[in-house]
Design a protein around this ligand. Structure first.
Ligand SMILES: [Zn+2]
Length: 319
């Protein structure tokens, strides 16, 4: 993967785990995250003892092995507060722009047959495409690993409570890197949750599924409009997402095969006592589409989810 040459010395230890290393200023770099592979989510601060911080998974990195001094940490925290304020005003601007442009409606209304077919093949009927205003863009310019590419995208509008438009997610149809398939219409803000029914508060039992499309497919097959089903933006969704579950009595996490470590972290963040975890043997939307999991069996499968406390206990025993 392309890296600026020479790679700054602080990346030595992370050489094989970071890409997208970019110069921000003489005291700051950005890069992908060594932990969660967030594409450009990690910031590296070089003043005092160098410190790396991922805005997506909140991991901290100390490249020289030296813990920062109190002064460094204080300065860094102030920096973060400033950044958070900037992010809040950026979110407000994003919402205002979206409200005015109603771009998601354009993407939905102008969707060609190719888009309707794509969504139908993914398990979302035309009626539900209309309900979620899923759409299509023929040519979307995106950046990946230092270069620009073009691909059609399938679009997913993301609404907050009461249909407040938060952003639009683009699923690249021909991603340059198959592991890097999603882009936001307005970048530089955190990925919001996908709410299958934005009219409902997230209380009682919430089913949280890794990925928006999977959440949509599950909700479509449960056929209960009052069921709280949400799509997590990836398996390391970050603190702002965890905060969204404040009002939930219990959370059933549905995650992709091989995501034990991420599930464990998420369970710890959400509170193990109210969590259950179902790590499916194949991606849940694929299982439903292939007929391996019938709509009527989904509730049964959810009931078999492992209690969070057991998952943590099992993981500790393994160590
Ligand atoms: Zn990260």
């Amino acid at each position: 993967m392309p890296r600026p040459a020479p790679l700054p010395a602080i990346f030595k230890e992370y050489e094989e785990r970071v890409y997208n290393v970019r110069y921000v200023s003489d005291t700051e770099y950005s890069s992908s995250c060594p932990d969660c592979a967030g594409d450009d989510r990690c910031r590296w601060f070089l003043r005092g003892s160098p410190l790396g911080w991922c805005r997506q998974c909140n991991s901290l990195f100390f490249p020289t092995g030296v813990r920062p001094t109190k002064d460094d940490l204080d300065r860094w925290r102030l920096d973060q507060i400033e950044r958070e304020q900037q992010e809040l005003s950026k979110i407000a601007r994003t919402i205002a722009t979206l409200k005015n442009s109603r771009l998601w409606e354009k993407y939905h209304k102008e969707m060609p047959d190719e888009g309707i077919d794509y969504w139908t093949r993914r398990g979302i009927s035309p009626k539900l495409q209309e309900w979620w205003k899923f759409g299509w863009v023929d040519e979307w310019l995106y950046h990946c690993e230092g270069k620009d590419y073009v691909s059609p995208t399938a679009t997913i509008p993301l609404f907050g409570k009461n249909y407040l438009p938060m952003n639009i997610k683009h699923r690249l149809i021909y991603p340059h890197n198959p592991k890097d398939k999603y882009r936001l219409e307005f970048s530089g803000v955190k990925n919001p949750l996908f709410l299958t029914n934005p009219r409902l508060p997230l209380d009682g039992e919430v089913i949280a599924i890794e990925g928006e499309i999977k959440a949509a497919v599950v909700w479509a097959n449960i056929k209960d409009i009052d069921r709280r089903v949400v799509g997590l933006p990836g398996c390391n969704p970050g603190k702002h997402i965890v905060d969204e579950f404040k009002g939930a009595d219990s959370v059933v996490l549905v995650m992709d095969p091989g995501s034990h470590d991420q599930a464990k972290k998420l369970v710890k963040d959400l509170g193990p006592a109210r969590c259950k975890v179902l790590i499916t043997p194949e991606k849940i939307d694929d299982a439903i589409l292939a007929g391996h999991l019938l709509g009527s069996d989904i509730e049964g499968a959810l009931k078999m989810a492992t209690p969070g406390i057991d998952l943590i206990a099992r993981a500790e025993r393994r160590i």
